[in-house]
Ligand binder design. Structure first.
Ligand code: NAI
Length: 331
C-alpha cells in the first residue's frame, strides 16, 4: 500500500517508519514523505498512491478531495484528532475513506496547557533568561498562588477531563461548561453555563472542538463577560477565539494574560522555521509583542507517547481501509 505523507516532519518519519516496520510490518505500507502541505498545488504529488496521510494544516477542501479521488487515491488518514480541515460532505460524496486518531494521550495536551499556565503565571521564561545574565532581581516576576483560584474548563471531553483532573489536583475550584458534559467531570468540578464560567473563572482553558457553533466562541462580548484580569488558555483550535478582539481586551487590561498553542492563521507559520524571515502577519506580531502573552507552535500533542500512538492508530486505520475491515475511527 503506497501512502503519501504530507506535512511530514523528521519526527513523523521516525515514528511512522518504526511502527510500519515492526508492529505493522505485514501490512506492506510504503511511506512516501512530502514536507509540503496538501493543497491544490501539491495534490499531484499523491498520484499513484492508495492513501494520503495528513495533519492539522493540510487543506482537505472539496477541490483537493476531488483531485485525490480523480488520481485514484481512496483514503485519507489524519494524524490528528481534529478534522475541521476536511470537507466531510465532499469526502462522502466521493466515496473516500476518512479516518482520524481520536485520542493520543489527552494528558499530553492537558499537561502542555498546565505548562503554559505555570509559565505565564510565574514567568519562568523570563526568570530563566534573567538568571543566565546574572540578574536575580524579582521585580516583574510576581505571580499568584493557583491553589484556591477558580479555573474554567470549556469542553469536558478527553482533554478537558484530563485538564479538570490536573486543576483539581492543584487545589483550584473547577468549573466546566459542555453541552454534553461527561459524567466523570463531576468528580473534579461543577458544571455551569458558559456565561457563569467566564464571569467566575481566574483561568479559562478551552478544550472544545472547532465547528460552526464554537467559531469565535471567545469574541468581544465573551471577553467583556470574563472576570477582569483573568487568563485565557487555548490549546484547541485557533479560530475558537477572535484574535483582534483578544488583542483589544489585552490592551484595555480586561484580559490579564493569554496562552495559546494554536492560532487562527497558524497554517502560514507553524511547524516551520521562519527565524530568518520577516513575519508578514501583523496580528500575530502584535500578539507576540505583549509581555503577558505566551505562544507555542501547536506542540500540545508533542510527546513520544503521543507520536507512537498516532503512528499505531494511523497504521491500523490504513489496514482497516486496505482489508475492508470495520474501522472505529472512520469519520
Ligand atoms: P473530545 O471530542 O473528547 O471532547 C470535546 C468536548 O467538547 C466534548 O465533550 C463536546 O461535547 C464538547 N463541546 C462541543 N461543543 C462545545 C461547545 N460549544 N462548548 C463547550 N464544549 C463543547 O475532544 P478532545 O480529544 O478532548 O480534543 C479537544 C480539542 O483539542 C480537539 O477538537 C482539537 O481541536 C484539540 N487538540 C489540540 C491538540 C494540540 O496539540 N494542541 C492535540 C489534540 C487535540
Amino acid at each position: 500500500m503506497r501512502v503519501t505523507v504530507y506535512s511530514a516532519q523528521p519526527y513523523d518519519r521516525r515514528f511512522l517508519d518504526a511502527v510500519g516496520a515492526t508492529q505493522f510490518a505485514d501490512a506492506g505500507i510504503e511511506w512516501h514523505y512530502q514536507s509540503v502541505a496538501l493543497t491544490r498545488q501539491t495534490v499531484a504529488l499523491a498520484a499513484g498512491s492508495d492513501a494520503v496521510c495528513v495533519f492539522v494544516n493540510d487543506a482537505l477542501e472539496a477541490a483537493v478531495l476531488e483531485a485525490l479521488a480523480a488520481q485514484g487515491v481512496g483514503a485519507v488518514v489524519l494524524r490528528c484528532a481534529g478534522f475541521n480541515n476536511v470537507d466531510l460532505v465532499a469526502a462522502r460524496r466521493l466515496g473516500l475513506f476518512v479516518a482520524r486518531v481520536p485520542a493520543y494521550s489527552p494528558e499530553a495536551v492537558a499537561e502542555h496547557a498546565l505548562a503554559m499556565i505555570m509559565t505565564l503565571n510565574r514567568k519562568t521564561h523570563r526568570a530563566y533568561n534573567r538568571v543566565r545574565e546574572g540578574n536575580f532581581a524579582l521585580d516583574g516576576l510576581l505571580g499568584v498562588t493557583l491553589h484556591g483560584k477558580t479555573a474554567g474548563v470549556v469542553g469536558s471531553g478527553r482533554i478537558g477531563l484530563a485538564m479538570a483532573r490536573i486543576l483539581h489536583g492543584l487545589g483550584c475550584e473547577v468549573l466546566g461548561y459542555d453541552p454534553a458534559p461527561a459524567a466523570a467531570f463531576e468528580a473534579y468540578g461543577e458544571s455551569v453555563p458558559l456565561a457563569a464560567l467566564l464571569a467566575r473563572s481566574d483561568i479559562v482553558s478551552l478544550h472544545c472542538p472547532l465547528n460552526e457553533a464554537t467559531h469565535h466562541l471567545i469574541d468581544a462580548a465573551a471577553l467583556d463577560g470574563m472576570k477582569p484580569g483573568a487568563m485565557l488558555v487555548n490549546t484547541s483550535r485557533g479560530a475558537l477565539i477572535d484574535t483582534p478582539a483578544v488583542i483589544a481586551a489585552l490592551k484595555s487590561r480586561q484580559l490579564g494574560a493569554l496562552a495559546i498553542d494554536v492560532y487562527e492563521q497558524e497554517s502560514e507559520l507553524f511547524f516551520r522555521d521562519h527565524s530568518a524571515e520577516i513575519i508578514e502577519d501583523d496580528v500575530f506580531a502584535r500578539l507576540a509583542s505583549f509581555p503577558n502573552v505566551l505562544i507555542t507552535g501547536h506542540q500540545g500533542f508533542f510527546t513520544a507517547e503521543a507520536l507512537d500512538e498516532i503512528a499505531q492508530v494511523t497504521c491500523a486505520n490504513l489496514v482497516a481501509y486496505d482489508r475492508d475491515l470495520e474501522c472505529p475511527n472512520r469519520l
